[in-house]
Design a binder for this molecule. Sequence first.
Ligand code: ADP
Ligand code: MG
Length: 359
Amino acid sequence: MAWVRNHPRTVRGGGVHKTQEQRLKAQQRICKTQKERYEEQEARYMTEGYMTEEEKKVKLNEEMQQIEASFLVPKSKNFVETEAVKKYEDRVFLWLKAGYPMHLIGPTGCGKTALAIKVAEKLGRPMIWINGDEATTTTDLVGGYSKIETTSVHDRYIHKVYKGKDTIEPVWVNNPLALACKNGYTLIYNEFSRAKANANNVLLGVLEEGILELPTCYGVERFIKVHPEFRLILTSNNIEYAGVHKPQDALLDRLASIHMDYYDEETETKIVDAHSKIGMEKASRIVKTVRALREKMESAEKPGTRPAIMIASALQQCNGNAKEMYEQICVDAMASKFSSLQNTQKKTELVREYARKFS
Ligand SMILES: Nc1ncnc2c1ncn2[C@@H]1O[C@H](COP(=O)(O)OP(=O)(O)O)[C@@H](O)[C@H]1O
Ligand SMILES: [Mg+2]
């Protein structure tokens, strides 16, 4: 007897055999684009607050990358390379190439950080930085369990029965030193002597044993083997002032150090012009004013290259009245370092006198 198909086979109301068109549509649904998938995840997260393990990992990874990006040093801009700069540059580069940490010591605004960034760029590895101050702790250097990840599990296995479970799990976040040790970055630790000596203790293990210990981390992740390309550049101020802690001898003993001073007049003029585009002649007058005042002022009050750049940049904004404004601009650019009111009046007069002389 011949079998006759008199009605299409169905499963719960749907046809078993799909037409070519239906098959293509289904295929397209499976092959969603990355963007669609991401949008879907986002939408699900917004409406249900729920993410799969895989989605959670992707999100965490993105967040970690954002954190890391916030530590990354911007590229050096308008860098001036005169003979004096090149000499320092070559010395620092040599020590770093040899695998030693470098310590740049010098007065504020003499160019330590700019030099560190330039040499780190030359090394060709990503660079990352941290600025030391009174409140800097080991956690600021290495990282900690600073983020809490909440997971919600929605159990809907049985129809109409809802079971929810929230798990709170700490997540370790690496800070600059850990990131640099792990991935072989160049770490620039600015003003490291402003941090208390015990906050910097962690550097000893890194420099001596090549191991970074994360003191508050548990388990196998507690020890990080220092990447062979990891390099460290420290900067500090040689002028004693309140808030500076003497670094441990054991640490200083392991650093190659260079004592820097303000650059020569020609270099400073080129730096001021490079940053402000004011022209060499005007830059020269500003640098002469600043350098003359530097001679007259006490160590901590000495103006560095930064106020000279500030003066030039401010003058660039004056519309035709730069000459009248010069004295006032010079005073404003340097006044933050004057300590008392009495001192302020005296110093203001001094700045005005020199500004007039070189204007
Ligand atoms: N070689 C250089 N080329 C261009 N700009 C420089 C150079 N050296 C220093 N500067 C600029 O001078 C200013 C002070 O330098 P900085 O490196 O911040 O000093 P420090 O770290 O010693 O306080 C900054 O604005 C910096 O960009
Ligand atoms: Mg600096």
